[in-house]
Design a protein around this ligand. Structure first.
Ligand code: COI
Length: 356
């Protein structure tokens, strides 16, 4: 598959680029996109980069009825020297294939997907914003396109990559967010699709998210789907807590997304010789630690969210304010280090960044 060529058609109607300072998350798209098809007879074929545009699909396509789809999220950064960097893009393609496997979608050639991504970014390079906290968000995704109403894996697919210049994921920017610990609805259970990046997990989160938003909370913190006792993730990010000097994050038990930023933060903390543990954490333990004055900080990690400090937690009608609602020292240090590595402002001792 790697020998495939990519047909390129450039737009003759380039769009106006947005102002860096006004960027929100995921609302504006660049001039081009990548697309390739899968059929049983031909495998993955017809790789093309073409002007960004709507696509036509049969209304009976499997994606619309049974949600057989996967996606990824990564970012491209423009350095002060004008270089374009990607952050661990191989990890995203690897995870895309793990999600494919769970959703019965044919495997993609990771090396070819990275070649296609590089070519697409080079074409839309001028869309990468340069303002503080901005980047080019990359959304690879695969949809099932066979027109068939029976519940079965589709026999045809489209793999696409679209690009969006973005600012902060949360309207709070890098300020602490308020998080609602969800007691009624659950996101995923072990054995389900929680560790795959698939649309259904996000659709399942909307109801709780809406209720939390009505109460003034930015996001929902999910508990395990069986006992509603153990902390899982926030949906758009993994979570970490600093308790009495130790940094803890939920163990990946099968229902939590294995975040690339999560993994990088664990590696960074270990590199700094800081105690970091992946283990099961109850929400009760967090509230108790706060009561005893031992809960020093909490923060979320994700490609979109980067490092997002948590300023307040609501659980069972109880509210705790962390670190006086301010960004903690560790969250700040992690945010600065990871964004400096991503933007090429700081040396990357791990070899995480890759030049496009
Ligand atoms: C990301 O962090 O890239 C994600 O995919 C989270 C998303 C739901 C915005």
């Amino acid at each position: 598959m790697s020998e495939q060529t990519i047909t390129v058609t450039l737009t003759n109607q380039p769009k106006q680029k947005p102002e860096s300072s006004k960027l929100e998350f995921g609302k504006i798209f660049t001039d081009h996109m990548f697309m390739m098809d899968y059929s049983v007879e031909q495998g993955w074929h017809n790789a093309q980069i073409l002007p960004y545009q709507p696509i036509a699909l049969d209304p009976a396509s499997v994606i619309f009825h049974y949600g057989q789809t996967v996606f990824e999220g990564l970012k491209a950064y423009l350095t002060n020297e004008g270089k374009v960097l990607l952050f661990r893009p191989d990890k995203n393609m690897e995870r895309l294939n793990k999600s494919n496997d769970r959703l019965c979608i044919p495997e993609i050639d990771e090396a070819f997907a990275l070649t296609a991504l590089n070519q697409l970014i080079n074409i839309d390079k001028d869309w990468i914003p340069s303002g503080e906290g901005t980047s080019l968000y990359i959304r690879p995704f695969i949809i099932s396109t066979q027109p068939y109403l029976g519940v079965a894996a589709s026999t045809s697919y489209k793999f696409m990559i679209i690009l969006s210049p973005v600012g902060s994921y949360y309207k709070e920017g890098v300020k602490p967010v308020k998080i609602f610990v969800e007691n009624e609805f659950v996101r995923a259970v072990a054995g389900g699709t929680g560790s795959a990046k698939t649309a259904g997990n996000y659709a399942a989160s909307l109801k709780a998210q809406q209720i939390a938003a009505e109460k003034g909370y930015s996001q929902v913190l999910w508990l395990d789907g069986v006992e509603k006792k153990y902390i899982e993730e926030v949906g758009a990010m993994n979570v970490f807590f600093k308790i009495n000097g130790e940094i803890v994050t939920p163990l990946l038990t099968g229902s939590i997304l294995e975040g690339v930023t999560r993994r990088s933060i664990i590696e960074l903390l270990k590199h700094w010789n800081m105690p970091v543990t992946e283990r099961k954490i109850t929400v009760e333990e967090i509230f108790k630690a706060h009561k005893n004055g031992e809960l020093e900080e909490a923060f979320g990690t994700g490609t979109a969210a980067v490092i997002s400090p948590i300023g307040e937690l609501f659980w069972n009608e109880n509210v705790i304010v962390l670190n006086n609602g301010e960004t903690g020292e560790l969250s700040k240090k992690l945010y600065d280090t990871i964004t400096n590595i991503q933007n090429g402002k700081e040396e990357d001792p791990f070899g995480w960044t890759v030049e496009v």
